[in-house]
Design a protein around this ligand. Structure first.
Ligand code: TRP
Length: 340
């Protein structure tokens, strides 16, 4: 039986952290053998708000791919590719743009929030404003059946389904596949060390490449229940961030329950909770970190993975674009220019 197609991606703006692991990488590992997977390193999308810092984007392609491989994404099953090397994507976008109103783009809540964050409220670069349509093309070009993403990406998927419907109706075809959004069960918003959502831009993340010393330093900064004045006071585990990490990464579930119980009763110092957190996180990260070091020092291997993945992705996108152009009646086969 033909495998269903899965597409997803990340903007290469920094190395990946344990929030990415819990929120998406773990799910990708579980799905990679069941689906034909295209994993996009979305450099062109990252450039829409980093057009003045392209070095950062280019360098982080390697960081992100090293993270993928270190956690066990298998390039023999997954096509890992560079978005900007697929010219079919902007070409497809050009035709999809006709099917979406400016208003519709303006109402996208994710883009609105991002504009506020980035100070784009007064004047938003057109490339950034339009990135959701480019993302629609990313999904459509690979005939994606399923697109696992974070909740913040839901408006992009809704838009994609609309555009697919419009295209198929307008051009009386069935050429485009309607994708299904998947919000992985494990998408727990693991907090950063300050209690806000873990994010590289907030500087509160624990990375898959962090050393034990770096992890330790970050754990020391984690907020705990500040209403306690002494170890003997009862505390609320929900206010001690370290417990969120134990909840997700500590294999000893019973042990965590015991610690929480003691914390509630009083008599358990935050130092003990944090020591356990360090053990748990370093045990989890150490093997990834070691694999990652070997991977990042073998640039040629990463380049080979990206070359092969990008070639496969380009072939797939080319087929979809040809199908779309034919449905639209702009295939002009008599020109026979396909191979120039
Ligand atoms: N916007 C996504 C993010 O920031 C990255 C992305 C680009 C993507 N193209 C995609 C995700 C297509 C899923 C499908 O996380």
């Amino acid at each position: 039986m033909k495998k269903k197609i899965l597409l997803t991606g990340d903007r290469p703006t920094g190395a990946l952290h344990i929030g990415h692991y819990a929120g998406s990488l773990l799910n990708r590992l579980k799905m990679q053998s069941e689906f034909e997977t295209f994993l996009m390193v979305a450099d062109a999308q990252a450039i829409t708000d980093n057009y003045d810092n392209i070095d950062k984007v280019r360098e982080n392609i390697f960081e992100v791919v090293a993270d993928y491989l270190a956690v066990g994404i298998d390039p023999s099953q997954v096509n890992i590719f560079i978005q900007s090397m697929i010219p079919e994507l902007p070409e497809l976008t050009q035709y999809l743009l006709n099917l979406v109103s400016i208003n519709r783009i303006g109402h996208n809540p994710t883009v609105k929030a991002e504009c506020r964050q980035k100070g784009f409220e007064e004047s938003v670069p057109a490339g950034f404003y339009l990135y959701p349509i480019f993302q629609v093309a990313d999904i459509i070009a690979f005939d994606a059946d399923v697109v696992p993403v974070g909740r913040d990406q839901a408006p992009m998927l809704e838009l994609t389904r609309d555009v697919v419907g419009k295209f198929n109706t307008q051009y009386q075809s069935n050429v485009l596949v309607e994708p299904e959004a998947v919000f992985p069960d494990m998408t727990i918003n693991l907090p950063g060390i300050d209690g806000n959502k873990m994010s590289k831009s907030l500087g509160n993340a624990i990375y898959l490449k962090d050393t034990r010393a770096e992890i330790s330093k970050k754990i020391k900064k984690m907020k705990s229940d500040s209403s306690r004045t002494s170890i003997n006071d009862p505390g609320d585990p929900a206010k001690a961030i370290a417990f969120s990490y134990l909840d997700i990464f500590d294999p000893d579930v019973e042990g965590v329950e015991k610690l929480k119980h003691q914390y509630k009763q009083g008599g358990l110092g935050d130092g003990i909770v944090k020591e356990r957190t360090l053990e748990v996180l370093d045990n989890f990260i150490a093997p990834i970190r070691e694999k990652r070091e070997a991977i990042i020092s073998d640039k040629a291997m990463i380049e080979k993975v990206l070359s092969e993945g990008t070639k496969a992705a380009r072939e797939k996108a080319g087929q979809t674009l040809a199908r779309c152009k034919k449905a639209m009646g702009i295939n002009y086969e008599f020109l026979d220019l396909i191979n120039i």
